[in-house]
Design a protein around this ligand. Structure first.
Ligand code: NCD
Ligand code: ZN
Length: 447
């Protein structure tokens, strides 16, 4: 009889191509074998997964952990525990922390904090700004997995680079072979409209949506696709929220641009109409949740693969930072890493998605796009990043039940049907039945 560390028996494995009943053998943190149900192995530990689905852990390439510098909103401990409970086994952390991750030293500082606290695996983004274009390679050498380019932001320490600098950065990043995640909105349009709206005395939630007119997204998506085509760079459009961008994406992919695209649950499951329930200001997020009519086409695009990846844009803030009277003063974003999988399982139970489609968009596609060869798939040799899912389990989303510090959620009161019940990272259980287990510091950098 062969030996291994762990055997997961009786479950249904979910692969991008379909589902198969099989046992899974784990040894030294990797998947050692995928066997016909009931095979005999001598193992230290057996997890009985009868009636459960076995998925690869989700990979969220768009998470704002807030640590170092903004730790009242979230820390690596709380973010990684929220992720673990939510079935997410790898997160890529965005660079708008304090200090902003714009040089090799800041990359090292972020990795030190993550290594000390994270219970799941992680990647760290460096930022593309004009002042530190010479830092792209040093940041990668210091451990940055990918780069974030903000074509629009009002962050004081992330000035939007000129088109000249963007082209130069993309040429450098193309040579490095790394994919660049792009906040694709036209900054001049956003700044102009904000100025006009403020001058007109507008501070209501609808003003934020008017500021972020669809054409700002469409223009930036076309521009970055063109620049990617010209330079040969790999680009990834973050948080797509407008159906009007879809033809641009389709055309770019059709002519062979190395473009991947993500959207997030809030663009698929919410519209401006949810502002009545949640509080329109509290629902502020950049880019905004739009009026009804976008979610359907975005969901279709995600199912068809035109939108490749489901991310979360997990962006926690304290409730008091989100509930200010003027929309311009309300912190944009909300937590998402803990609720994303369960919300999509609800869609599976409602017949709007298959588990295989979910695995493709949340596990396989992000691993492929960002070169994580050992993650995102249940195959022999892969890291044993595994989530057991109970498609019959019911629950309710509440802020108090979330593990993030900034826990105000637009899904408050959403009834869940289908939930992750156990999460393993490289063979170690890091969350069980909605609770994080003590695994502080177990996480590793993915590169
Ligand atoms: C982000 C955050 O809070 O870090 N917020 C968001 O609404 N997506 C950053 C940002 O894009 O401004
Ligand atoms: Zn973000």
């Amino acid at each position: 009889m062969k030996t291994a560390d762990l055997l997961i028996t009786g479950g249904i494995l979910v692969l991008p191509e379909g589902e198969v009943a099989a046992d899974l053998v784990v040894r030294d943190g990797r998947i050692e074998g995928i066997l016909a149900p009931g095979s005999e192995w001598a193992t230290l530990e057996v997890i009985e997964a009868d009636g459960l689905h076995v998925l690869p852990g989700a990979i969220d390439v768009h998470t704002h952990v807030r640590d170092p510098g903004l730790t009242w909103k979230e820390t690596w401990t709380t973010a990684s525990q929220a992720a673990a409970v939510g079935g997410v086994t790898t997160i890529f952390d965005m660079p708008n922390t304090d200090p902003v991750v714009a040089n090799a030293e800041a990359v090292r500082q972020k990795i030190d904090v993550a290594a000390a606290q994270s219970c799941i695996d992680y990647g760290v983004y460096g930022v593309v700004i004009e002042d530190t274009l010479d830092q792209l390679l040093p940041m990668h050498e210091a451990g940055a997995v990918a780069f974030k380019l903000m074509l629009a932001t009002d962050h004081a320490r992330i000035p939007v680079p000129s088109d000249g600098a963007v082209l130069e950065a993309l040429a450098t990043l193309a040579a490095m072979g790394l994919r660049t995640t792009v906040h694709a909105e036209n900054n001049q349009i956003l700044r102009w409209r904000e100025h006009r709206l403020r001058a007109a005395g507008r501070s209501d939630a609808a003003a934020h949506l008017e500021q972020h007119t669809d054409i700002a997204a469409v223009e930036a998506a076309s521009r970055i696709a063109l620049f990617a085509e010209w330079t040969g760079a790999k680009v990834h459009i973050a948080h797509e929220n407008s159906r009007h961008s879809l033809p641009v994406i389709q055309a770019a992919k059709a002519r062979g641009v190395d473009l991947t695209v993500e959207t997030c649950p809030h663009y698929l499951l919410l519209s401006t109409e949810d502002g009545v329930r949640v509080g329109a200001n509290a629902m502020r997020v950049k880019p905004p949740v739009r009026e009804p009519g976008h979610a359907g086409p975005l969901f279709d695009a995600l199912r068809s693969g035109l939108i490749d990846i489901l991310s979360t844009d997990h962006a926690p803030h304290l409730p008091e930072e989100k509930r200010r009277a003027s929309i311009w003063e309300c912190a944009p974003g909300f937590p998402g890493v803990e609720t994303s999988m369960a919300l999509m399982l609800r869609e599976v139970n409602a017949g709007r998605l298959t588990l295989s489609q979910y695995v493709r968009m949340a596990c396989a596609a992000p691993a492929r796009a960002f070169g994580l060869s050992r993650k995102g798939h249940l195959v022999v040799g892969a890291d044993a990043d595994i989530v057991l899912v109970d498609m019959t389990r019911r629950g309710v989303v509440t802020a108090a039940g979330l593990h993030s510090l900034g826990n105000l959620t637009p899904y408050e009161g959403f009834e869940l049907h289908g939930m992750p019940v156990r999460t393993l990272v490289r063979g170690r259980t890091v969350a069980l039945d909605g609770r994080p287990l003590s695994a502080v510091g177990w996480g590793r950098n993915v590169i």
